[in-house]
Design a protein. Structure first.
Ligand SMILES: NC(=O)c1ccc[n+]([C@@H]2O[C@H](COP(=O)([O-])OP(=O)(O)OC[C@H]3O[C@@H](n4cnc5c(N)ncnc54)[C@H](OP(=O)(O)O)[C@@H]3O)[C@@H](O)[C@H]2O)c1
Length: 327
């Protein structure tokens, strides 16, 4: 497993991390606890040491499962969790007030069964709280030794600059995959320049980039893919055409699967870690295929050509953004 330093913290993360949103069940049509615990153990066995979660994933459930899975194994993992979302009646909203941050830290530590968090990330910027105030709280948590590194998620470079004027910043977590590349214009160059680790979320584009999504696949219950514009006609056809072409290219050129190509592509773009969402052990069996090789310039150009030819009406991940609190 390749590794990447998280800023100057001395922490070294595996370049594939386990994403545990689906493990919480909420917005993924439910989850099964014993399978989820087995997925965490499989991740460790595959050399993954970074596990990304959040309080809002299953309203505490994902963190609880990670806590159970890591009991007796805490030292093998770096836990990355988040702060700054609240929820009511099954709906998430942004809340980074100092009281909320302090409360969430205590709740997360309890659910995770640990007395420190390796990487603590602001989940979404809260337009109702000055970024400097939020940063000051995070700096305090770091000074107290409750957290070991600070990250932000879904922040622009301007917001990161405001944050960094008050607190150290070590990592950023934006959406990034072959189909969602807006960070290449701003966040990625900023991260390179400021020595931030980039935790790319949605690395498999919610399963599309594994080749297992078809036009007839149905998603159960509250699965977010029922509302994802990429997974609905007429765009789905374009994305599936791109998946087919990319899969053929990956096989012919490298003898690899499309998921290996998709993850390798992220890792070749800079100081990145690919967050691989999984809720069952078998979904991680191929993580090793993305290690130990690189895409050359010709391959990168061919991938861009396929994307431009197939996807004429792209859609982004904005549909996932939670709203601000109502006053
Ligand atoms: N900071 C943020 O705002 C934010 C937002 C989104 C995500 N994230 C983080 O990023 C992580 C990754 O993103 P994500 O979970 O949304 O999406 P993802 O990693 O792009 O896709 C995950 C889904 O792909 C499918 N999958 C995974 N491995 C597979 C395999 N080998 N074969 C077939 N299908 C496979 C699974 O869906 P099925 O089980 O349904 O098949 C899985 O739930 C999250 O878990 C979370 O930690 C953060």
């Amino acid at each position: 497993m390749e590794t990447l330093p998280i800023g100057q913290t001395g922490l070294n993360a595996s370049r594939i991390a386990l994403g545990s949103w689906a493990i919480g069940g909420w917005m993924w049509g439910g989850s099964e606890e014993s399978e989820a615990i087995a997925a965490v153990h499989a991740a460790l066995d595959h050399g993954i040491n970074l596990i990304d979660t959040a309080p809002v994933y299953g309203f505490g459930y994902s963190e609880e499962i990670i806590g159970k899975a890591l009991a007796g194994r805490r030292e093998r993992a770096l836990i990355a969790t988040k702060v700054g979302l609240d929820w009511r009646d099954g709906k998430a909203m942004r809340n980074s007030t100092p009281q909320r941050l302090r409360q969430e830290l205590e709740d997360s530590l309890r659910r995770l069964g640990t007395d420190y968090i390796d990487l603590y990330q602001i989940h979404w910027p809260d337009p109702r709280v000055p970024i400097e105030e939020t940063a000051e709280m995070m700096a305090e948590f770091l000074r107290e030794g409750r957290i070991r590194a600070i990250g932000v998620s879904n922040f622009s470079p301007e917001q990161m600059m405001a944050f960094s004027s008050v607190a150290p910043l070590h990592a950023v977590q934006p959406p990034y995959n072959l189909f969602e590349r807006t960070i290449e214009a701003d966040v990625l160059p900023y991260a390179r320049q400021r020595d931030l680790a980039v935790l790319a979320y949605g690395a498999l584009c919610r399963g599309l980039l594994t080749g297992t999504v078809t036009a007839s696949r149905r998603f159960a219950g509250d699965d977010l893919r029922n509302h994802d514009p990429k997974f609905r006609p007429p765009r789905l056809e374009q994305y599936l055409a791109a998946v087919d072409a990319l899969a053929q290219f990956a096989r012919a050129r490298y003898g690899e699967s499309i998921s290996a190509l998709a993850v390798r592509w992220i890792l070749d773009q800079g100081p990145t870690v690919a967050l691989w969402g999984a809720r069952r052990a078998d979904q991680l069996s191929t993580v090793g295929e993305a290690m130990g090789w690189s895409l050359d310039a010709e391959a990168l150009a061919e991938i861009d050509r396929i994307l431009t030819a197939c996807i004429t009406d792209p859609a982004g991940p904005e549909f996932m953004a939670p709203p601000a609190r109502v006053a």
